[in-house]
Design a protein around this ligand. Structure first.
Ligand code: ZN
Length: 234
């Protein structure tokens, strides 16, 4: 087992839907805000998006020979069991393995907090709930959503304890680290209202991943992405 540690930077490139409340003209404060009133991105959202991106990569580079393809939650018969887990479960954890990667809530950067008071970090937009069947507005169903402003920047600390599979004799690399580094760059949205472009973001790992205290630069890991094809072969 190796301990790993890194910081994820998330820049909003479009307003992000942070919460919705049914309302009659009143703004329902159901957004994700911390004790200081600052908007934050919950750890579960951050981890979920990163895991999805890594599953996507594992599918792209997966073959019968390398067994890289991820299992398929939530179908129990297609999920990893016991210690013989897919690469995604061995990085992120599973019901059988327990947690492997611990993710903190993504908190707003000091720069963003300096520029945006809590009152303007997110703006309410009131919309009408549509009845899909009738194709008309539902009576009395105005709802207010809050959208965090684009250009806000957040940071989330991540740490984990996991087995690493070295790539050839390169001690600074492992398939699991390449997957994480490349997966982070693939996260392009935070979910919700995707069709209208809301939630678009740019995600990156700051500097590198510290592996048992030693830092491995992200660009070195991303350059090895094609090595994923040879995961566990031979
Ligand atoms: Zn799995």
């Amino acid at each position: 087992m190796h301990s790993i540690e890194f910081q994820l930077k998330i820049c909003l490139e479009a307003p992000w839907h942070v919460g919705t409340g049914l309302s009659r003209g009143l703004v329902d404060r159901t957004t994700q805000r911390n004790a200081c009133g600052d908007v934050y991105i919950p750890a579960s959202t951050v981890k979920g998006r990163l895991r999805n991106a890594c599953e996507h990569l594992a599918r792209i580079y997966g073959s019968e020979a390398n067994r890289l393809g991820p299992c398929e939650p939530p179908r129990p018969d297609r999920m990893c069991r016991g210690s013989d887990a897919c690469i995604v479960c061995s990085v992120f954890g599973s019901a059988y393995l327990g947690e492997r990667l611990y993710v903190e809530d993504a908190l707003m950067s000091a720069d963003s907090r300096g520029l945006y008071d809590p009152g303007i970090q997110a703006q309410p937009r009131t919309r009408v709930k549509l009845d899909r069947r009738l194709g008309a507005a539902e009576h009395g169903h105005l709802f207010t959503s809050e959208y965090a402003e684009r250009s806000l920047v957040f940071y989330a600390g991540m740490s984990g304890l996991m087995d690493l599979t070295p790539i050839s004799d390169n001690a600074n690399s492992a398939y699991e680290l390449v997957l994480l580094a490349a997966g982070a760059g693939l996260v392009k949205e935070l979910g919700g209202d995707k069709s209208s472009g809301f939630g678009r973001c740019e995600v990156s790992i700051v500097d590198g991943i510290r592996v048992s205290g030693r830092e491995v630069r992200v660009h070195e890991l991303v350059e090895m992405i094609d090595e994923l094809e040879y995961y566990k072969v031979g």
